[in-house]
Ligand binder design. Structure first.
Ligand code: CP
Length: 343
């Protein structure tokens, strides 16, 4: 019997396949029965805190809509409107904030990305500290390492279009050029969850864009356990060849944090943009898509059109980007119902 009540969600890797399957099943049910599901009142008069250190479109809107559709309320919080202790300022500790917030809300979502941090992993540590002291579930709304709600919404989209059993489907996670200097969280979550579900995952990027080695190791272990495959290539032909799903996304080099500490955020972003500009071919085009197995195109959003992917592909008949964006609502309703809803 799977019981997720009271559980945190920092990464899908922390939940068993049975727990992820239960969440996805409920998300599909909630999608099919959006305004008339038996659990639609499970947050009746309850509050979910959304604590954002960084901006968002999909995550804030979908969590707010999700709480409304479950009969509750999602409250938007920013650190600037609180008095939290930091390395440079006096204020309330995470221990106290987590205890107090738990007295008001049934769950706490947190988003914290690179520009609010000093080093990679610090955001994950912050969520772990909230999880240690809060008596209600802590849900990652995207942090420096992982983006579990996005990973689940992605898989829901692949199942909608590729069938429930994704084993053996070739999934290409490909780096894309661009000016947005993206986090590693969506991409790392994606390769983790897709190797868990037995897909043949190819990670393609130019040299120098390596992701967290611990995540790569987990992907190799996931693939071995699920009967899938995981490989890293630096060649686009190899990547696109025979793919069933293509997900292009820009991400930063590991040098970003050091540069940001030394010369500030703007200088670090400028350096990343200059470096990315060298890789002109790294954009998903109709030509690259023609090498695939008539693949679906996916992206977590916001899309950097005509940098990560051409308009033609992103708005084409095989694009599932809006379905995946919609799925954020359904999976988050399922996560909230299961982890913090009325029993
Ligand atoms: N995919 C995603 O998390 O989008 P936002 O940054 O707009 O929330």
């Amino acid at each position: 019997m799977v019981d997720l009540h009271g559980r945190d969600l920092l990464c899908t890797q922390d939940w068993s396949i049975e727990e992820l399957e239960k969440t996805l099943d409920l998300a599909f049910e909630m999608k099919a029965n959006r305004y008339d599901h038996p659990l639609n009142n499970c947050l009746d008069r309850r509050t979910f805190f959304m604590f954002f250190y960084n901006p968002s479109v999909r995550t804030r809107q979908s969590f707010e809509a999700a709480a409304t559709e479950l009969g509750g309320h999602a409250q938007f919080l920013e650190p600037k409107s609180m008095r939290l202790k930091s390395a440079k300022t006096a204020g309330e500790t995470i221990e106290d904030a987590a205890h107090v917030m738990s007295r008001y809300a049934v769950g706490i979502g947190i988003r914290i990305l690179e520009t609010a941090l000093e080093h990679y992993g610090q955001g994950h540590e912050l969520l772990q500290e909230y999880a240690q002291y809060a008596s209600v579930p802590i849900i990652s709304m995207a942090h420096d390492k992982y983006h579990p709600c996005q990973g689940l919404a992605d898989v829901m989209g692949y199942r909608m279009h590729g069938g429930k059993n994704l084993k053996g489907k070739k999934f290409l996670q490909v780096w894309g050029k661009g000016a947005l200097v993206r986090s590693w969280c969506s991409v790392q979550e994606s390769i983790l969850i897709n190797t868990r579900f037995g897909m043949d995952v190819t990670l393609a990027h130019p040299p120098g864009y390596d992701l967290d080695p611990e995540v790569i190791k987990m992907c190799e272990e996931n693939a071995a356990a699920s009967g899938g495959n995981f490989e890293i290539v630096h060649d686009l032909e190899e990547g696109y060849d025979g793919a069933d799903f293509v997900y292009s996304r820009n991400w930063m080099t590991s040098g970003f944090y050091g540069e940001m500490q030394k010369n500030g955020v703007d200088a670090a972003k400028k350096k990343e943009i200059e470096l990315a500009a060298k890789y002109d071919d790294w954009i998903t085009t109709k030509d690259w898509m023609s090498k695939t197995n008539d693949a679906f195109f996916t992206h977590c959003g916001p899309v950097d059109r005509n940098a990560e992917v051409t308009d033609e592909v992103c708005s084409g008949s095989k694009s599932i980007v809006y379905d995946v964006a919609e799925n954020r609502l359904h999976v988050q309703k399922a996560i909230m119902a299961l982890t913090m809803g009325k029993k």
